[in-house]
Design a protein around this ligand. Structure first.
Ligand SMILES: O=C(O)[C@H]1O[C@H](OP(=O)(O)OP(=O)(O)OC[C@H]2O[C@@H](n3ccc(=O)[nH]c3=O)[C@H](O)[C@@H]2O)[C@H](O)[C@@H](O)[C@@H]1O
Length: 433
């Protein structure tokens, strides 16, 4: 018989056998064992109860909202959330910015906060590109008083909690799976973020009372194989060349549905190849800079007729002005608690630069700024989702939003390279806004 045989499998349910009752020596030894085990059991129970009643444990949190590198109990997060979302003036807006640690999200959040609006960020800090860059952007925002809740737009419970905690006047929805070519590698991530995530956000927004107005990032890629230039909002957008474009186009149709049924005020912004400081490392201007400096060969696409592939590169500060213009002119949603009262505003705008630049010219500008010759491999545009050119007609945004881009590619790239050199020289603290 092993010493383990006397340990009850269910505490408190030990049944002594007959031998135990009639042999006193054996009985006293068994009694002392029983006392030992009971003491042990009671101690464990006591420790467990003490832990439960400990003041450091949050009062039965339903979830922990994360501030990024560390988790913050809900009660503390709520304080930070409300503080971050509170406008400086009574006339200020209260804005939830999704994708706040992203390139456009960070710039827009900062601009809103600086002019006095209340801003709360939401970001899932995914690893599509180096999250340390996202964390660095988060630090800049924290300093400016913008708190980022770490979470996914697909998390309905979380979104509901945020919209319960704060009455947002607007949602600036910039969270998305970006990038045209990556859609061939990871199609699911585009459906997850750009379709399911967007629907989730609209579902929660439609139930809010009052409903926020939604401003969200569509893309120039919706013009797909459209060959009529410059691209106008009235042009056809039913020929997407990539799954990315198809998900953004789907977003535009979904926006129509939620506007139509629930009275949500929705404005879609078709961004044209946004670039600038704190940009996205997956974009050509960014990794061309990195590779030219390293002496690595860059691949430059040309169109099948040996013509140049071109983009209407748009500088981030111009895009930010467009986003703020869209927010300031957005009318209120007309529904509440899931019910529409009257027709609501539904808009779509091109935010481009109206000046397409060949990719070959992008490379020569970078060579001039970096004072280095690029090692180039010129290849025909592969069938990877890229279109040959983009060119925005911005008349509508100029008229309705007061949008007026002012930065040409050379001036904007100079600012980008200056930031890039300071950020990656190891003196990250120096790379200010
Ligand atoms: O306008 C938009 O809506 C889109 O703009 C960019 O997409 P894209 O214009 O393709 O920007 P890049 O990926 O930086 O490419 C810029 C140009 O460089 C070319 N390229 C790209 C990569 C490469 O290795 N070589 C090369 O020549 C592309 O064909 C394209 O003409 C963004 O990545 C998308 O997220 C955004 O939605």
């Amino acid at each position: 018989m092993s010493h383990l045989d006397n340990i009850p499998s269910t505490p408190g349910k030990h049944k002594p056998d007959k031998a135990f009752r009639f042999h006193s020596a054996a009985a006293s030894s068994s009694l002392s064992k029983l006392t030992l085990y009971s003491t042990l059991f009671l101690s464990v129970l006591l420790i467990f109860l003490l832990l439960l009643s400990s003041p450091s444990s949050p009062p039965s949190p339903r979830r922990h909202l994360s501030t990024g590198s560390h988790h913050t109990p809900l009660s503390l997060s709520h304080k930070l959330i409300r503080k971050s979302a509170r406008p400086r003036y009574t006339t200020g807006h209260t804005v939830l910015v999704t994708g706040a640690a992203g390139f456009v999200g960070t710039h827009v959040s900062l601009a809103l906060k600086r002019r006095g609006d209340g801003v709360l960020g939401l970001d899932n800090f995914n690893h599509y590109y180096d999250p340390t860059l996202k964390r660095a952007r988060q630090k800049i925002l924290e300093k400016a008083g913008v708190f980022i809740v770490e979470g996914d737009i697909n998390d309905k419970g979380l979104l509901q909690q945020l919209l319960d905690a704060v009455l947002f006047t607007h949602v600036m929805h910039l969270a998305a799976q970006a990038g045209v070519r990556y859609a061939m590698q990871n199609p699911g991530s585009y459906v997850h973020s750009n379709i399911a995530g967007f629907v989730n956000l609209l579902e929660v927004s439609k139930l809010a009372n009052p409903q926020p107005a939604i401003i969200w990032a569509s893309s120039s890629s919706v013009y797909g194989l459209n060959s009529k230039v410059p691209f106008s909002e009235k042009d056809r957008t039913d020929q997407p060349a990539s799954l990315y474009a198809a998900t953004k186009k789907a977003g535009e149709e979904i926006a129509h549905t939620y506007n139509h049924i629930y009275g949500l005020s929705i404005t879609g912004l078709r961004f044209f190849t946004v670039y600038g400081p704190w940009g996205r490392p997956d974009m050509a201007y960014f990794f061309f800079t990195k590779d030219i400096m390293k002496g690595k060969t860059i691949t430059v696409y040309e169109s099948p007729d040996k013509g140049s592939v071109a983009r209407d590169f748009t500088y981030i500060d111009d895009i930010v002005k467009g986003c703020l213009g869209a927010l300031d002119t957005a009318k209120k949603s007309t529904g509440s608690g899931g019910k529409k009262r009257e027709p609501a505003q539904l808009r779509i705008f091109n935010l481009g630069n109206t000046s397409p630049v060949p990719v070959s010219r992008l490379v020569s500008i970078l060579e001039k700024i970096l004072k280095m010759k690029a090692k180039k491999k010129v290849v025909p545009l592969p069938r990877n989702g890229d279109v040959e050119f983009t060119h925005a007609n911005i008349t509508l945004a100029m008229t309705e939003l007061g949008y007026k881009p002012t930065t040409d590619l050379e001036a904007g790239l100079k600012k980008f390279v200056r930031w890039y050199l300071s950020f990656y020289s190891g003196s990250k603290k120096k790379s200010s806004w």
